[in-house]
Design a protein around this ligand. Structure first.
Ligand code: AMP
Length: 202
């Protein structure tokens, strides 16, 4: 089995679409790191780092962390050796400014994205899943009011970035409703149609 030249993916979907879980599975299969900006911020908050203290109040309100700070964090992470052949970004870019930042970073390196995976989940279903996660994980930004704010920001700022990537033919839309394995299979099938097949261990 030949290994794809690169595996640079974005996974985009509303909160509660399952993108975190699916993202990790895809990244593992392709042997690339799954980079979740939300996870990085949460780890910094838990570790009470300077960055954590800086972003805590913003995250608890459901607003977005400023682009300059977020993009710098992502550039640093993607510059590490393990991301040389690829990465799966979850939760970034989240608006047009971040799309431009990522484009500039990849462009400077002579790299480009291979696919943007859009997980499509109806609003009612995402709210139900986030409420369930709130009980299971106790995230401080999973309260009803903050969830509503985060979904509104997704619809206003993040959903429109898909139009940009759609123009470049990068977006593969995946029905995110169904069992975990079922959705994973749909993603792998859609990537395979684009010639993106995970390397097979021999
Ligand atoms: P997530 O786990 O992706 O839902 O992210 C949790 C929170 O982290 C978001 O509600 C934002 O406050 C912040 N965050 C995560 N990714 C970004 C990003 N790309 N730009 C700005 N803020 C972000």
């Amino acid at each position: 089995m030949t290994q794809p030249r690169s595996a640079r993916f974005l996974i985009v979907g509303p909160q509660g679409s399952g993108k975190g879980t699916q993202g990790v599975l895809i990244a593992e299969a392709f042997g690339v790191p799954a980079v979740s900006t939300g996870d990085i911020f949460r780890a910094n908050i838990a570790g009470e780092t300077e960055l954590g203290l800086q972003v805590q109040a913003i995250i608890e309100s459901g607003e977005l962390v400023p682009d300059a700070l977020t993009s710098e964090l992502v550039r640093d992470r993607l510059s590490q050796d393990d991301a040389a052949k690829g990465f799966l970004l979850d939760g970034y870019p989240r608006n047009r400014g971040q799309v431009a930042d990522l484009d500039a970073f990849l462009g400077d390196r002579g790299e480009s994205l291979d696919a943007v995976i859009e997980l499509v989940v109806p609003r009612a279903e995402s709210i139900e899943r986030i409420s369930k996660r709130a009980i299971e994980q106790g995230r401080t930004d999973d309260t009803e009011e903050v969830i509503a704010n985060r979904l509104a920001i997704y619809e206003r700022e993040t959903a429109p970035i898909l139009a940009v990537y759609r123009e470049s033919g990068l977006v593969t839309e995946i029905d995110g409703v169904g069992g975990l394995d079922e959705v994973t299979s749909r993603i792998f099938a859609a990537l395979a149609e684009r010639g993106l097949v995970p390397p097979v261990a021999v």
